[in-house]
Design a protein around this ligand. Structure first.
Ligand code: ATP
Length: 594
């Protein structure tokens, strides 16, 4: 599938627009059009229903270690600045950033090697040595490099910022001198790229070229991804606040409120859907990496002894959710992080990834991360920001030995009142006292009743999910038109639950009472789900428009409808048309879109 075909469909049919497009757009920001807003909302609704409101608190869900409860939350985007200090975002939410000295483009340092591999000028340069873009050794020759650099259609057009193009003789002199001094030097393409980006190796060292224009990049510099703002009239440091870079922290700081205001008992989860903001250095790949996006996050609180089991449950449950809504398993994968990628307080993290078509073959992009976070977050908000490198975890101290970022000082532990009462009853007052004091002789004294819960965090992106569903649904095929002539068709095979429009209703022709009946059906359906009425143009054309919008069913009223109260239902994917009674048609469509 060509990504540009999907992008053009999304624009043409109103799924996605560039933000502020009439002013030239704003990089990293996107607007969902009339069809896009329905699709994204349906995805968020499906998530909320499947994870929260539809969750049965009374029987263990398939694969769950035992029953659990779910609650929801909707927190403010701007929170107390201390939240971000204790969460670690203030200190740690940095990316290393490089700027091109020539074209001023900004890059995330860890993205540059990959971007170079996909750069037009690098590809053209590699061809000079009959090489592909890889890390392998190449048969380098300076005269060939020089010819490429001076060529108006190659070097001069594709890489105007490259040292080799701007000052070929001086640039090549550096490489030639090194080759003379060390004839055995292995020249891979990445190494040659550094040489041809460097005019004065002695003073600057080897440079990294810009994937866009070839200009040299600055050293990687720290860059905080949080958007800053001010609360109140005065823009003073005390009034500085941040737009949240994730929704999770709002859940942690409300943990106590939720426990106290509901009768929820551990294990339970709190879910939230909402906007997050990250000043990404290189927003790209359509909505995949945006600066404003929406997250769908769960913080699941459980007893430390059970956290491994719950981690496995959530990892598998979340993967299944994407599959159930139509993401094909060969393009979807679960990638467990290696132990050396994990922080020591976490016993597992897995990414649910999708092979987005804009990625090179065999590469996957993150849709959702499922992380075992231990008690890091609740303890940091209680005691002060913990030092993630300390083991066991301790509060991070400043130069004076004081907590670097003070916590709230509020008690965020959990008291298991039921367990406490049951043990008291089971043991009797005297032995219970001994048991609590560790004198009971029981090999494992059950649960301690007061503890800081451990947390499992399934954290998904609504925009990335929307993009993945769109990519998966996009198909082009050929189908006969009204006259039997084969025509190219674009179809979005979206799962009926998330399709923006569930059904379209057409009168076959605009006369003989057909529009009246069709409008009645439209109104009956409208009360239940999103439906579209269309009476304009040939019926084949109307079908085609609905295929592009991803509408799973089209209902057509024809001459027979007026006598026998039946209509045809056309299925978007199989193209099968069946006659059913009007009543059955309503019930059938309702059942498959829920
Ligand atoms: P990446 O490594 O791709 O930047 P991340 O690991 O920083 O992602 P998390 O902090 O785990 O992402 O955020 C959870 C989810 O939020 C991601 O799996 C993704 O779906 C979504 N998300 C994060 N950053 C962005 C973004 N810039 N644009 C769109 N969605 C995002």
């Amino acid at each position: 599938m060509e990504m540009e075909n999907l992008v053009s469909l999304c624009k043409r049919r109103g799924f996605l627009f560039q933000s502020s497009e009439i002013y030239g757009g704003l990089n990293g920001f996107w607007d969902y059009g009339p069809l896009g807003v329905e699709l994204k909302r349906n995805i968020k609704d499906a998530w909320w229903r499947d994870m929260v409101t539809g969750h049965d608190d009374m029987v263990p869900a398939a694969g769950a270690p035992r029953v659990y409860e779910m609650e929801g939350l909707d927190c403010s985007i701007i929170m107390h600045p201390q939240v971000w200090k204790c969460s670690g975002h203030y200190d740690l939410f940095h990316d290393m950033m490089q700027t091109c000295r020539h074209c001023k483009k900004l890059y995330r340092a860890d993205h540059v090697p990959d971007m170079l591999k996909r750069s037009a000028w690098v590809e053209s340069f590699a061809k000079v040595f009959s090489a592909g873009v890889s890390d392998e050794r190449i048969d380098y020759s300076s005269p060939d490099a020089l010819r490429w650099a001076k060529d108006r259609k190659r070097g001069r057009r594709l890489a105007p910022g490259l040292a080799l193009v701007r000052n070929p003789e001086a640039t090549l002199a550096g490489l030639d001198a090194d080759l003379q001094a060390e004839p055995e030097m292995v020249l891979s393409l990445p190494r040659v790229l550094e040489y041809v980006a460097t005019e004065q190796k002695d003073s600057t060292g080897l440079q990294v070229p810009c994937p866009e224009c070839g200009g040299d990049l600055t050293e990687p510099r720290d860059f905080n991804l949080m958007f800053e703002t001010y609360t109140g009239a005065i823009q003073s440091p005390e009034n500085k606040a941040f737009l949240r870079p994730e929704t999770a922290q709002g859940i942690f700081v409300n943990f106590k409120n939720v426990v106290d205001s509901t009768r929820v008992k551990i294990p339970f989860g709190i879910a939230q859907i909402g906007k997050s903001f990250r000043n990404e250095i290189t927003p790209r790949n359509y909505t995949f990496r945006s600066r404003e996006f929406e997250q769908m996050e769960i913080e699941f609180f459980c007893h430390p002894d059970e956290s491994q089991e719950w981690y496995r449950y959530w990892r598998d449950r979340r993967l299944r959710w994407y599959e159930e809504l139509g993401l094909a398993s060969e393009r979807l994968q679960l990638r467990e992080h290696e132990t050396d990628e994990l922080s020591h307080y976490s016993t597992g993290t897995a990414d649910i990834e999708y092979a987005f078509p804009f990625l090179p073959d065999g590469e996957f992009g993150e849709l959702e991360g499922v992380a075992h976070r231990g008690d890091f977050d609740l303890r940091s908000h209680m005691e002060g920001k913990l030092d993630e490198k300390s083991n066991p975890l301790q509060v991070q101290l400043d130069e004076d030995g004081k907590p670097k970022w003070r916590g709230s000082g509020k008690d965020l532990t959990y008291f298991d009142a039921d367990g406490f009462e049951q043990a008291k009853e089971r043991l009797g007052v005297k032995s219970f006292k001994a048991y609590m004091e560790g004198r009971s002789g029981e090999s494992k004294p059950g649960y301690p009743y007061q503890f800081t819960p451990h947390v499992i965090e399934p954290s998904a992106g609504a925009d990335r999910a929307t993009l993945a569903f769109l990519c998966e649904a996009f198909h082009e095929d050929e189908q006969p038109d009204d006259k039997g002539k084969m025509q190219k068709r674009t179809v979005l095979k979206l799962h009926p639950r998330i399709a923006p429009i569930k059904c379209a209703v057409f009168p076959l022709v605009k006369k003989d009472g057909m529009p009246e009946v069709a409008k009645e059906i439209y109104r009956a359906m409208k009360a239940q789900f999103n439906v579209f009425y269309d009476e304009k143009g040939a019926v084949g054309r109307r079908y085609r428009r609905q295929d592009e919008a991803g509408t799973p069913f089209c209902v057509t009223v024809d001459g027979d409808t007026l006598t026998d109260k039946t209509v045809t239902i056309r299925d978007r994917d199989s193209l099968e048309q069946r006659r059913v009674s009007i009543d059955d048609c309503l019930a059938e469509i309702q059942a498959s879109v829920e």
